[in-house]
Design a binder for this molecule. Structure first.
Ligand SMILES: *[C@@H]1O[C@H](CO)[C@@H](O)[C@H](O)[C@H]1NC(C)=O
Ligand SMILES: *[C@@H]1O[C@H](CO)[C@@H](O)[C@H](O)[C@H]1NC(C)=O
Ligand SMILES: *[C@@H]1O[C@H](CO)[C@@H](O)[C@H](O)[C@H]1NC(C)=O
Ligand SMILES: *[C@@H]1O[C@H](CO)[C@@H](O)[C@H](O)[C@H]1NC(C)=O
Ligand SMILES: *[C@@H]1O[C@H](CO)[C@@H](O)[C@H](O)[C@H]1NC(C)=O
Ligand SMILES: *[C@@H]1O[C@H](CO)[C@@H](O)[C@H](O)[C@H]1NC(C)=O
Length: 685
């Protein structure tokens, strides 16, 4: 029975490997997603080899996960950089990043170890990423074909994942609920829920769980003691009862050691563990604390600890990876599939799904991540939206609801009445994890955010064909559409999303956004059956587009500002015309612009405009999504080259220099979901 299960699991692993040709072999990601589930549970390896460095939170500090293997009594390290304790490494020979899984392969002394990180966040519903869970699977094979080897494997993690400062006090315990299972839990003693001021969580509980197994030990003790015991071939120490104590005080770890026994050629063996995080509360929305969505669906952490479902969830990841990589490959080839696979967990892992107990429905929030801790920034959600529109439109709809609710004066239902008195859409909701922002304290981007909201709504409806969620909001959308009309054809001097570039008055790309957004709103009105209103906006828009094409032309391209001859910029805001199949700007505008951009191609891509030699990864890939196949391939291979070669090691940046490949700023932001734009323009419906 056991052998059969192991063989079956291997077959599943092999079926993932057969997708290899969809991805470029030997791609070197700037950073590798390990446990990337939400803005707090987000652990990466910024190194070429998993043993070259410690795993880190996206914001930089170490969250130590470590791994060692004993082969015929000699110990090698394969994860984390504890060089004093375990100087020898098991050579990393392969690394592949799939959308939901990361696969490392190591070899040493006739043994091959495949370590897979699988994040089945989506598996509970397939519509909303919900499960705060990552599995680590260890598959051991004898590869020298002749000899038998004895193998043991060691895992531990410190408490760094549950603190925002390693001086904080933590406590731990066993937490098994079901027979045959072992679970350990660790968390702070303070449990100061929903505190602000850090990108790190210091409340809730981190669990490590697995199936009981002969010769296996799971314990909680100082790192130096458990690691030393494993190094010396000794039994791990029993639970350290000196608790609570500081995370950094003799570093308590949750540790597991498995005895794989004798590995004979042709008979691989496998063990796994589950890391899960119970946030208890994830978000405070104008006075109301909201539980993570999984918690609403299950009474207690038996719903979180899915040990009995390991095989189902692992297969769900394999299937999801095969589905997504195939779609990416078909839409854009190997380079495209490779960088977009890397983007998946970064984009989805920038969100959290919660239960709204006031309206009794799920909601989703998105964090701006490294640019600041803003919650649900509209112009960060917008660049990310292609991934969600393509594969998770219901999730995007649930991301829009907290913003619509806020702008519609509904916050009083939640305890904190914050009237929204602006004629345009909000910029964000608050500072993670607390939404409480007064409208006049926003960073105001009037046309930007109003256009973004209308466009994202139309993108959701394109996929769901369902307008019902808009029932309470039509008057609000009309206010925004009318504001956009009043601001066109020239939006004057206002901020757009690219505020780091400084002011950009008479911004033609921003104007284009307003025009495409009016097209989107007209499309929604027509679907609703309000043809008269749709025509009103369409008539106004025809004039605006006429003005844009006439006054914006500068010889062989369109200007960055209406009033600046010689300027140019990527008009990435035209993308939604293609996605929504709107008939607004003539195709010649796209052709002419793309041809001009290609003349500005540098080593690692095309700059955003004439002012700087840097670009935005998301906007550049939006631009590529509107291009011919040749232009698309040329842009995509430049972005691939950047990701593969940048010397700045951190989660996929969206802002870099096109001549040097240096990161300009920003890391790990969910905007990288913008890479999925080509899938939308390639879509048939
Ligand atoms: C390395 O990964 C690629 C997928 O990128 C796969 O095709 C290949 O078989 C792997 N090689 C080994 C030795 O696991
Ligand atoms: C390997 O182990 C198997 C099963 O334990 C045993 O039958 C076989 O003789 C061993 N082979 C060698 C080369 O030691
Ligand atoms: C956890 O919830 C399940 C149902 O979801 C219930 O059967 C079980 O008794 C609960 N366990 C505890 C410890 O509350
Ligand atoms: C929603 O949940 C919060 C946090 O548990 C609680 O304080 C509040 O009373 C609940 N509200 C409703 C309407 O159930
Ligand atoms: C919300 O309330 C403010 C202040 O009372 C008001 O100015 C605004 O028009 C209201 N918005 C909507 C959509 O009703
Ligand atoms: C349309 O959306 C509403 C609310 O979002 C939902 O209740 C309804 O079931 C959906 N209708 C269809 C046909 O899916």
């Amino acid at each position: 029975m056991v052998t059969f299960a192991v063989l079956c699991l291997l077959a599943c692993v092999l079926s993932v490997k057969s997708d290899g040709p969809h991805l470029v072999p030997n791609f070197r990601p700037p950073s590798v997603p390990l446990v990337v589930v939400n803005p707090y549970l987000s652990i990466w390896s910024d190194a070429d080899h998993l043993y070259d460095d410690f795993p880190k939170h996206w914001s930089g500090p170490i969250i130590c996960l470590s791994g060692m293997i004993s082969i015929d009594g000699k110990v090698y390290r394969f994860m984390a950089k504890d060089t004093d304790l375990a100087p020898d490494v098991m050579t990393q020979v392969n690394l592949t990043v799939y959308p939901t899984q990361t696969v490392y392969v190591f070899q040493e002394s006739g043994i091959q170890l495949t370590l897979t990180f699988s994040t089945p966040a989506f598996a509970a519903t397939d519509k909303i990423p919900t499960l705060p869970v990552t599995f680590l699977t260890y598959t051991v094979e004898a590869i020298d074909g002749v000899s038998n080897h004895t193998v043991k494997i060691y895992y531990d993690n410190t408490a760094e994942g549950v603190v925002s400062d390693t001086k904080q006090m933590v406590t731990w315990d066993y937490a098994s609920l079901m027979p045959g299972q072992v679970a350990m839990k660790i968390g702070t003693t303070d449990q100061d829920y929903l505190g602000q001021g850090s990108d790190r969580i210091n409340w809730g509980y981190w669990y490590v769980s697995t199936i009981l197994d002969r010769g296996m030990i799971a314990t909680m003790a100082p790192a130096v003691d458990t690691r030393t015991a494993f190094m010396k071939g000794k039994v791990l120490p029993s639970e350290d009862k000196n608790k609570p104590r500081a995370c950094e005080d003799n570093w308590p770890v949750l540790a597991i050691a498995w005895d794989f026994g004798t590995i004979t050629p042709g008979q691989p063996s496998q063990r796994w563990l589950q890391i899960s995080y119970d946030q208890v509360y994830s978000m405070k929305y104008f006075g109301t604390a909201m539980e993570p969505l999984w918690k609403h669906n299950y009474e207690n952490f038996t719903g979180l600890i899915r040990n009995s479902e390991y095989e189902t969830l692992k297969k769900a990841c394999d299937d999801k990876d095969a589905e997504i990589t195939e779609a990416l490959y078909n839409a854009g080839g190997q380079n495209y599939a490779t960088i977009s696979s890397l983007a998946w967990r970064q984009a989805v892992g920038g969100t959290i799904a919660v239960w709204n107990n006031v309206t009794n429905e799920p909601w989703v929030f998105l964090k701006e991540i490294s640019s600041d801790g803003d919650v649900s920034t509209v112009d960060v959600m917008f660049p990310a939206s292609p991934l969600f529109i393509w594969h998770l439109p219901e999730t995007l709809q649930l991301m829009l609801l907290p913003l619509l609710n806020y702008a519609n004066n509904d916050t009083k239902e939640y305890g904190l009445d914050v009237p929204y008195n602006l004629q345009w859409a909000p910029h964000h909701l608050g500072h993670w994890p607390v939404c409480d922002l007064e409208p006049n304290r926003q960073e105001q981007m009037p046309v930007e955010e109003s256009g973004n909201m209308l466009l994202m709504i139309a993108g959701v409806v394109l996929q769901t064909k369902n307008l019902t969620f808009l029932d309470p909001y039509w008057p609000l959308l009309t206010i925004w559409a009318d504001f956009v009309v009043a601001s066109l054809p020239d939006p004057g001097n206002q901020l757009c999303t690219d505020d780091f570039e400084g002011p950009s008055p008479h911004n033609m790309n921003l104007a284009a956004k307003g025009m495409v957004a009016l097209g989107a709103y007209s499309q929604l009105l027509r679907m609703k059956g309000d043809t008269a209103s749709a025509e009103k906006y369409e008539t106004a828009n025809t004039q605006f587009i006429q003005y844009w094409t006439t006054n914006g032309l500068d010889g062989d391209h369109y200007k960055r500002q209406y009033n600046l001859p010689g300027s140019w910029s990527l008009k990435y805001n035209l993308l939604f015309q293609k996605i929504l199949k709107l008939n607004l700007f003539p195709q010649s505008v796209f052709d002419q612009e793309l041809k001009y951009y290609m003349s500005k191609m540098n080593t690692y891509g095309i700059p955003m405009d004439d002012r700087h030699l840097y670009t935005k990864t998301d906007w550049l890939m939006w631009t590529a999504a509107m291009a011919s196949d040749d232009q698309f391939n040329s842009i995509t291979s430049a972005v691939y080259k950047f990701a593969n070669e940048t010397p700045d090691r951190s989660p996929f940046t969206d802002w870099y220099a096109v001549d040097t490949a240096h990161r300009q700023g920003f890391t790990a932001r969910p905007v990288i979901g913008g890479l999925y734009a080509r899938l939308l323009t390639a879509m048939k419906n």
